[in-house]
Design a protein around this ligand. Sequence first.
Ligand code: NDP
Length: 468
Amino acid sequence: MFKQQVGVIGMATMGKNLALNIENKGYTVSIFNRTPKNTNEVILNNPNKNIKPYYTLQSFVNSIIQPRRIFIMVKSGKATIEVINCLIKFINKKDIIIDCGNTYYKNSIKINNKLNKMGFYYIGAGISGGEEGALKGPAIMPGGNLKAYKLILPILKKISALYKNEPCVNYIGKNGSGHYVKMIHNGIEYSNMQLISETYFILKKGLNLNNKQINKIFENWNNGELNSYLIEITKNILIKKDKNKKYLIDAISDEANNKGTGKWMCKEALDLKEPLCLITQSVFIRYISNIKKQRLIASKNLIGPKKIYKIKNKINFIKKIQKSLYFSKIISYAQGFSQLSKASKKYKWNLNFSNIAKIFRSGCIIRAKLLQNIINSYIKNPNIENILLTKYFINITNNYQNSLRDVITFSIQLGIPTPVFNASITYYDSYRCSNLSTNLIQAQRDYFGAHTYKRVDKNGIYHTKWIK
Ligand code: NDP
């Protein structure tokens, strides 16, 4: 029987496009999907491709050259685990399973350990880029057995996005590290999307600009330091019209969904004691967006401020909004990478942060010009705890922080919700504060619970009898 070089399981949006991407790069591909109809559709819609459909997992496995390279791109969680548990009944030792779904990194660690013990290889590879990325070249974040990674590297290099001819794929580290980095990527994605949405709202509600005017502003910003995929798609979204020739954005409900990767990152931040306030707020605002019924009642009963704040020089103020967005984007990447740094220590992954930032430069949702500055900072000093302490970011944040204060003041005066801009300046002010108000927290804890405290003027641990 003529066998295929690669297998792909899962023929929904991502798997189908990944299979086509692999085939386009010269590989023969076997495909399998739980529901045969979707497998058939791929074959019908893509004739004359070196893609062969299989309708049982066993025949699919038998159709692939050993050692097998099998990409899994199915619903994350239970579905992925079920597929892997079925797959291991048919595969042989040294076969490589590449799990490209958004698997929770703790599951990735468990699966990796289980499969390694059985003699199989498992690569937990975060993939970003959506439908287009999967087809034309995603950013790939593979973690797991280094030997297995080396065996699949030629394929990964061919199918990944390119940044100036450099493939956007790099070995992340052991076991769950690839999926962990993908989780961080998604968290940063949440906060960047929210910051852009807040910016849009200030321009719309605060400065009364229309969609076309806001589109032009984003277009202009996209030519400078804010250049990024998310700014690019936002400018396109703003001028898209529906069948009735009306702006589609104005007809879209504000209830924002999520698939949980942002929440995972926040839960992990709490465990690591990482102050991840931007991304946490980005998740919370999606939850607030979903209590629509309550918000409709509240909108009729809870009043906001009277509009008392008018902007005299709109052009100048739009520049301040631009600076606020860049400033806050920096804080969001800084928090993401800081969490990554803590996780690297906790799990002994020995992550290379400049290489990780390099992966994000093309193909993925958070690709942005800003990443080059992050890479430069980590190349200069791979051990920095927070990029905010490096020269480029010190200069920018020092220069831009006042703009954000003005923009937030304006939004608060008008009652425009900007939770992530607010979180951004609050984090910045807390981070740069050498003496926080938390001395009082320590006193209160000692007062009611004898939890003790340290003093600023001498060493040691103290307890006071607060009541005589
Ligand atoms: P979905 O996450 O919607 O998953 C659908 C696929 O999973 C279908 O092939 C479906 O098969 C299969 N599936 C669901 N349950 C089972 C099960 N119990 N057993 C076997 N197969 C099952 O598809 P996407 O293409 O959007 O995403 C695939 C993976 O890629 C997910 O893990 C997702 O998190 C990740 N991802 C998605 C991105 C995106 O932009 N969509 C971006 C990056 C990663 P069937 O047709 O039979 O229902």
